[in-house]
Ligand binder design. Structure first.
Ligand code: GLA
Length: 400
């Protein structure tokens, strides 16, 4: 009897462990996305150079191991209806590009759309889901961003089209993550994980600006944060609220992110996007030219103490505990028992903040570390100090 019980326990725990191992995207994916910089002219040479720069700059070491090749790579279909790359843009083919990245311990994401045509009017995957998934698998693709331009507006159609592609990827024989990209109108946080997606965009495309104040168009950093702050309960390992690209380092340069008069952000605003995307567990897609990344941008994108929040194995997205006109305060638990706190100054000017941790339900004293200054602040029951316009103070607290 005792033997049987031990056997049963061992059997069950082995099976539970293997079920866990098969969760795709245990942690939010990280990498570089081609859309802003290369938009409708992605070319293999530029992507390979970018991969070299990702390694050289320390981005890969910091965790950014994907290149997400976005729209406009397609060259139609061949006589057997296999999707093919534009031979002028990718003369060596996509498989060669994937091999190049895999040799560097990197991964390749690709893009398609749940309709006949993509957002850029290139070939989409509707009615070719199985065939395209097999092609992507044969090329060695690791991730698919699946867009929703030119597709029906209702939720049921979206669910069905995303499920069809998720099933096709699962049958393809390769682990390929599915990033749902219908921009939020059909509330994908309620169904995308169920149909087989590992992440879902929550808003329309981000622009290189802080906020869209009057609803004039062009989503800014804070609009995304404000949206994702409401969606904490939907995310966890294998299912992430995707806030779109990190705009650090763009400085209002040309590209889709500069549309709607987006003229760039301050250092504090870029730092806040990084801080809060890490607190809110968004996948991290850098989008500036890594080949010419300045030091300020590198410092923002590669802060290991901040990235550690995003990649924390517990995968618990921060909750917003305080929201006033002046401040947002977020809090999240971490796997080792620590707690991370973020205080965002939303005012157009600096402000002095006094925050007792008790206001967040955290009584007593904590060993407190400032994750941007990389400094221990001692044993505290609160934090007070000046926060610059649109800056975020990010702290890690250990109970003593
Ligand atoms: C949509 C997506 C963007 C990008 C473009 C490509 O707008 O939301 O992220 O992929 O399509 O055409």
């Amino acid at each position: 009897m005792k033997f049987l019980r031990t056997y049963l326990i061992l059997f069950l725990s082995a099976h539970l462990a293997s079920a866990q191992d098969t969760i795709l995207a245990q942690r939010p994916p990280m990498g570089w996305m081609s859309w802003n910089l290369l938009s409708d002219h992605p070319k293999e040479k530029d992507i390979m150079d970018m991969a070299d720069a990702m390694v050289k700059s320390g981005m890969v070491e910091a965790g950014y191991d994907y290149i997400f090749l976005d729209d406009c790579w397609q060259g139609g279909r061949d006589s057997k209806n296999n999707i093919i790359a534009d031979a002028k843009k990718f003369p060596s083919g996509i498989k060669a590009l994937a091999d190049y990245l895999h040799d560097k311990k990197m991964k390749l994401g690709i893009y398609s759309d749940a309709a006949q045509l993509t957002c850029g009017h290139y070939t989409g995957s509707l009615n070719f889901e199985d065939q395209d998934a097999r092609t992507f698998a044969s090329w060695g693709i690791d991730y698919l961003k699946y867009d929703y331009c030119n597709a029906p507006a209702d939720v049921d159609s979206a669910r069905a089209r995303y499920k069809k592609m998720a099933d096709a990827l699962r049958k393809s024989g390769r682990s390929i993550l599915l990033g749902v990209c219908e921009w939020g109108p059909r509330e994908p946080w309620k169904w995308a994980a169920e149909v087989g997606g590992q992440s879902w965009r929550t808003t329309f495309d981000i622009r290189d600006k802080w906020i869209d104040v009057e609803g004039k168009g062009g989503i800014g950093i804070y609009n995304v944060i404000d949206k994702n702050a409401e969606l904490s309960n939907f995310s966890g390992p294998g299912k992430w609220n995707d806030g779109d690209m990190l705009v650090a380092g763009l400085h209002g340069k040309e590209g889709p992110s500069s549309a709607y008069n987006a003229t760039g952000c301050t250092k504090e605003e870029y730092q806040s996007q990084m801080s809060l995307y890490c607190m809110l567990n968004s996948p991290l897609y850098a989008s500036c030219d890594i080949r010419e990344m300045d030091n300020e941008t590198k410092t923002i994108l590669t802060n290991q103490e901040v990235i550690a929040l995003n990649q924390d194995p517990l995968g618990k997205q921060a909750q917003r505990r305080i929201k006033t006109d002046k401040l947002d305060v977020f809090i999240r638990p971490l796997e080792n028992g620590d707690v991370a706190i973020a205080i965002l100054n939303k005012m157009p000017s600096p402000q002095t903040v006094n925050l007792g941790f008790g206001a967040l339900g955290m009584e007593g004293k904590y060993e407190t570390r400032d994750l941007w200054a990389h400094r221990n602040l001692g044993k505290r029951s609160g934090w007070s100090g000046k926060i610059l316009c649109h800056e975020t103070k990010l702290m890690r607290l250990k109970r003593i």
